[in-house]
Ligand binder design. Structure first.
Ligand code: T3D
Length: 269
């Protein structure tokens, strides 16, 4: 089923919710309406058991160009202190809930990066669990060019994916990182020709959606927590996750399928 909202398009097929950022005339710049609609779509994805993987992509030649700069022009009328408050509130209310949801939803989230991902648009791609990109795609930490700092979690996620040195270079210089180079640095998981991106992304997301969703969700939770945890905490988190995964129908199905030498049929529970 396909749904066309003002700034995004959503469709669900075989357990994959595809969210397409759809403002191609501004390279899918992120505005207030998109914040509302994207947050809403992710909320539905979290609650709907029929959704077992989320695929985020962009319409046209870009993934997302970050904050709609035309929209924030109106902020420049107040004094400096008021502007600062406004920026913080804007991040807390519009961007942060989206990044939190992408990171904490216990289902795989894949970014199909179909073109340039700039500013917070790049941050959204970094927040996803996996990135598949077309050869012509690129990442630009554009924040510095408009006198801002990286946000939407990128100061953490970019470092996690690439290490401090490369993250600092990209954030401080704001140079375009082509997808080929991003792939070499491990930022992109899979690189494909432009004409193959849509089908390769659907194939990857479809594969993830047919896997044991509960185990994948608990794996994601454990991986996320491990960044800031001690070994002791990590072992405990894994014990908890295993206890929960071990009680699922999918666990039993996986074991039985192995013993009966057949393909497993996972149901996501
Ligand atoms: O509280 C807060 O709001 C703070 C939060 C900040 C989060 C952020 O994301 S800050 C960073 C914002 N994003 C940028 O600074 C990126 C701006 N865009 C660019 O640097 C370039 O457009 C790209 C590198 C992304 C792509 O370059 P190129 O040459 O391929 O395309 P272009 O010609 O620059 O853009 C095509 C059209 O999209 C153009 O419109 P036009 O002239 O055809 O009518 C351009 O104005 C428009 N566009 C691109 N990015 C944005 C945009 N319009 C509004 N906002 C944009 N971010």
């Amino acid at each position: 089923m396909t749904q066309n909202l003002a700034t995004i398009q959503t469709s669900v097929e075989s357990g994959v919710l595809t969210i397409t950022l759809n403002r191609p005339e501004s390279l899918n710049a992120f505005n207030e309406q998109m914040a509302i609609e994207l947050a809403g779509a992710l909320r539905v994805a979290e609650r709907d058991d029929g959704v077992r993987c989320v695929l985020l992509t962009g319409a046209g030649r870009a993934f997302c160009s970050g904050q709609d700069l035309a929209e924030i022009r109106s902020r420049y009328s107040g004094d400096a202190a008021a502007q600062q408050l406004d920026f913080a509130r804007h991040l807390r209310e519009k961007y942060n809930p989206i990044v939190q949801r992408i990171r904490t939803i216990e289902k795989p989230v894949v970014a199909a990066v179909n073109g340039v991902a700039a500013g917070a648009g790049a941050s959204f791609a970094f927040a996803c669990d996996l990135r598949i990109a077309s050869r012509s795609a690129s990442f630009v930490m554009a924040f510095v060019h408009v006198g801002l700092i990286p946000d939407s979690g990128a100061t953490l996620t970019l470092m996690q994916h690439m290490g401090y040195s490369k993250a600092a270079e990209l954030c401080m210089l704001g140079e375009k990182l082509p997808a080929e180079e991003a792939y070499r640095h491990g930022l992109v998981n899979k690189l494909v020709d432009d004409t193959e991106l849509a089908s390769a992304a659907r194939e990857l997301a479809g594969r993830l959606a047919a896997m044991p969703t509960r185990a994948i969700g608990l794996t994601k939770r454990a991986l996320n927590r491990a960044w800031t945890a001690t070994l002791e905490d990590t072992l405990e988190q894994e014990a908890f996750g295993q206890d929960t995964a071990g009680r699922t129908t999918d666990h039993r199905e996986g074991v039985m399928a192995f013993l009966e030498k057949r393909k497993p049929g996972f149901i996501g529970r």
